[in-house]
Design a protein around this ligand. Structure first.
Ligand SMILES: [Zn+2]
Length: 63
């Protein structure tokens, strides 16, 4: 079974890429989902963008 890429950060976000039909999207353990992409590489970029930076303040738990 293919897992997809995982991007994790110290705050506990673990983003993976999941395939949905012909598309691929990023999904995180916090409930966030990225837009549907035609390429996994783009979905992975979305995942990295979510985990590394730009996540909404309401998702921050350590402040
Ligand atoms: Zn997240």
């Amino acid at each position: 079974m293919e897992q997809g890429d995982i991007v994790a950060d110290p705050d506990g976000h673990r983003a993976t890429t999941v395939e949905q039909g012909r598309f691929c999207m990023a999904r995180c353990t916090c409930g966030w989902r990225g837009p549907a992409r035609r390429a996994r590489s783009l979905a992975r970029t979305d995942a990295e963008g979510h985990v590394v930076g730009g996540r909404p303040d309401h998702l921050r738990q350590n402040d």
